[in-house]
Design a protein around this ligand. Structure first.
Ligand code: 13P
Length: 356
């Protein structure tokens, strides 16, 4: 059979499994795009006591903000795309945006390591399609399935993805909240007694766990919270006891926290002061995330805070300039606000600055 070496336009005859067939010719490998997988980044992060930011994106301004913030702070980054975002942005455009991000970082003067990651993949076919279109990392979220089915599905994705050196994130335990197509009314905390068996049987490279974070901008119901003296909702603390137990059972293994937006009160106030209606929004306090980032947690997912930062800037700009109709005039300030938010997260919460 005629085979081709990955990433090298050289034809050869070989049966070696690592060579890809000419039927795969439509495939784009992540290395062709200049991306990296997450393996090396996670090893360094676990040892160094910091976490890599995983910022969701689906458009140009978000990408400019992410790359600008990460280059200025010299941070590695995980560009994260959900299946909904992939449909919204188009997978061909996304592939070129990711390659553009690599070149843009170089142009800005500091070539940071960039991972392109599928957030909450729910089927083998979706993960395969992402591997084939240049993703360097995929998540297979089988957490809603019974344990054995989660193991089986995750293992199937790992076996395929590893052929192309693409890293895989699995999940045990279920987060409450809503994010695109993913939703759950209640939290099911990760059972530490399952993690060792899951990691061994599936071969995953990292594991998302549930310790009380939650997706979206309304992470907890007001009745689950207390209130500070000035009326701000204070959520129940994260379950660090579960995280510690997980770390004991799989020492040094890369752990992922989803649902890690803090829902900044001052940005929610700007939204509501400019015609918005965000009620009882509450997130995870940043001091708790800082503590988590110093542990084996080496990837922290932040999406809602970015949405909130952009919405606050767009609403304020349009309210102050009602005659404005050039999208650059309101998306530009939104991009600037987003970049500032990301720099803050990198330097003050995750500690990934100067780690690129
Ligand atoms: P937030 O909604 O807290 O930003 O979480 C995003 C996330 O976990 C993406 O997978």
């Amino acid at each position: 059979m005629v085979l081709r070496e990955p990433n090298i336009n050289k034809w050869c005859y070989n049966n070696a499994a690592e060579y890809r067939t000419i039927e795969d010719d439509t495939m784009t490998t992540y290395k062709e795009l200049g991306l990296v997988n997450s393996r090396g980044l996670f090893q360094k992060a676990v040892k160094g006591g910091y976490a890599i930011p995983a910022f969701n994106f689906n458009n140009l301004e978000q990408l400019q903000a992410i790359i600008g913030a990460c280059v200025e702070t010299k941070s590695p980054v995980i560009l994260q795309v959900s299946s909904g975002a992939r449909k919204y942005a188009n997978s061909t455009l996304l592939k070129h945006l990711a390659k553009g991000a690599v070149d843009y970082a170089k142009e800005l003067g500091f070539p940071i390591p960039i991972v392109l990651h599928l957030d909450h993949g729910d089927t083998f076919e979706l993960c395969k399609s992402c591997v084939e279109s240049g993703f360097s990392s995929v998540m297979i979220d089988g957490s809603h399935h019974p344990y054995d089915k989660n193991v089986e599905l995750t293992k199937q994705v790992v076996e395929y993805a590893h052929k192309y050196d693409v890293t895989v994130e699995g999940e045990l335990g279920v987060l409450a909240g809503i994010e695109d197509a993913v939703s759950s009314a209640v939290t099911h905390y990760t059972k530490p007694e399952e993690v060792e068996d899951f990691v061994k049987k599936t071969g995953v490279d990292s594991l998302a766990i549930s310790i009380g974070t939650s997706h979206g901008a309304n992470k907890f119901k007001p009745e689950q919270c207390t209130r500070s003296a000035d009326g701000v909702l204070l959520p129940p603390p994260l379950r660090f006891d579960i995280l510690e137990e997980v770390e004991k059972r799989i020492p040094g293994f890369p752990i992922v926290l989803h649902g890690a937006s803090s829902v900044p009160v001052e940005l929610v106030k700007i939204i509501n002061a400019n015609g918005g209606k965000m009620k009882d929004a509450v997130g995870i306090p940043e001091d708790q995330l800082r503590k988590a980032a110093k542990s084996a947690v080496c990837k922290v997912n932040i999406d809602s805070d970015g949405r909130i930062a952009m919405t606050a800037a767009v609403r304020k700009t349009l309210m102050e300039n009602p005659a404005e109709f050039d999208p650059r005039k309101y998306l530009g300030p939104a991009r600037d606000q987003l970049k500032e938010l990301y720099k803050h997260k990198i330097v003050n919460v995750l500690g990934s600055n100067d780690k690129a």
